[in-house]
Design a protein around this ligand. Sequence first.
Ligand SMILES: [Zn+2]
Length: 168
Amino acid sequence: MTSGAGAARARCVHCKVEIAVPDHYAHGDHIKCGGCGTKHKVVRGDRLRLVLADVGPVREALALNEQLTARLEAELAHARGSFGVGANGFGIALRYALYQVGLRGQPIGAALVTEIVAVAVISGLALELANWAFLAKRQRITVLTRELEEARGEASRMRTILREATRV
Ligand SMILES: [Zn+2]
């Protein structure tokens, strides 16, 4: 913020462009951003500040943001909850293979070898499928987590704007 020529500068709350605030603008006066048209109130405290004049749109955006956050949280909980389904399927295949090959104690013959190969192929497919499902879920969880973080960050930015505006 630099002073000079009867005007001080402060940044737009919305687009962060510098706005020249002439010295005759008193505390509480309204001034519009030349960049984005957002209306501000002049705050003359220990230093010049600009706060939002009309908090309505930010309140609405925050309400929408809270809805989005709730939806993302529910989706994330659901994605986390459905974890382990693929792994369970693989566990069943593995137990089946152990039972067939180990516990049944058949003599090694052509029939058993064929069966072991079949079980191995089925287990392999099950593993591939479980792995694919696992990766897809993990990716979904990563995306949801990032979207949630962004939404929460945006919400906290909007709450700060609202808090500063209502303090005037
Ligand atoms: Zn602006």
